[in-house]
Design a protein. Structure first.
Length: 253
């Protein structure tokens, strides 16, 4: 199990909800596609591949400092990605975009993807993370990446009206929508994990906002406000695990 998967397993329900809800768009790509990376490694007979003999080109992954740099770039790009996700979600809902159409728009918008910038696949990145999984600096960088926004999320009238029960209902709806997308997703070439995952988040976000009349920011603020109760809710935990699995399946398509 790579370090990304280990951190995913250790995340509390609050962070899982924020992740799936789009609060950490870039982090969502990394976390959700880690299972896909592992699956592809196994299929390619590279499950035990080391960083030294992988097929990747010489890159920033050659050192711990390089891995930290990429993690930091992912964290810095989140504010931009959050805004892009919001814009694409609104467009996806207004124009009833399919997942394929949303993927095209995602590419046109130039959604930040540090891995693509360095010409790396998620498989390569997951291998590198596994190599440095015991390093405190790397662990801290990942913890920061998958956490809530540094300046918090302002409570809104809509967010204050969301109860624990309603948040579970919303997450159940999101799960159903992600599973629908995963069931009919087109086969894509390797390297499009980030685009597919981001586009899917936007499509589901737009549908969620339309049905429940709340924004991603409202949901995020409500989850933070109810984090204590939700952390102890088995149903909420189960839904979020299934959400991650659905997103991972999408990334593998």
């Amino acid at each position: 199990m790579g370090i990304v998967e280990q951190f995913t397993a250790k995340l509390d329900n609050k962070r899982l909800a924020l992740l799936v809800g789009g609060a950490a768009a870039v982090a969502g790509v990394a976390i959700a596609t880690s299972s896909c990376s592992k699956s592809r490694q196994a299929k390619e007979g590279r499950a035990s591949t080391t960083l030294a003999d992988s097929n990747r080109t010489a890159s920033a992954l050659d050192s711990k400092e390089g891995v930290l740099t990429i993690l930091q770039e992912m964290a810095k790009s989140q504010s931009v990605s959050r805004q892009q996700l919001k814009e694409l979600a609104a467009e996806a809902q207004a124009k009833s975009l399919t997942l394929s159409q949303a993927c095209v728009r995602c590419t046109q918008m130039g959604v930040a993807d540090p891995l693509a910038k360095h010409k790396l696949s998620m498989v390569d990145f997951n291998i590198a993370l596994s190599e440095y999984e015991d390093d405190p600096a790397v662990q801290q960088a990942i913890s920061t990446l998958v956490g809530s926004p540094p300046h918090g999320v302002a409570a809104t009238e809509a967010s204050q009206a969301l109860t624990d029960h309603k948040l579970i209902e919303i997450n159940n709806f999101m799960l159903a929508e992600f599973e629908k997308l995963a069931a009919c997703a087109e086969k894509r070439s390797r390297g499009f994990e980030a685009v597919t995952t981001f586009a899917a988040q936007a499509v589901v976000a737009g549908q969620t906002e339309a049905v429940f009349k709340v924004s991603l920011e409202d949901i995020e603020a409500a989850v933070l406000a109810h984090q204590g109760a939700l952390a102890c809710n088995d149903e909420f935990s189960s839904i979020n695990l299934k959400l991650q699995q659905a997103i991972a399946k999408l990334a593998c398509s």
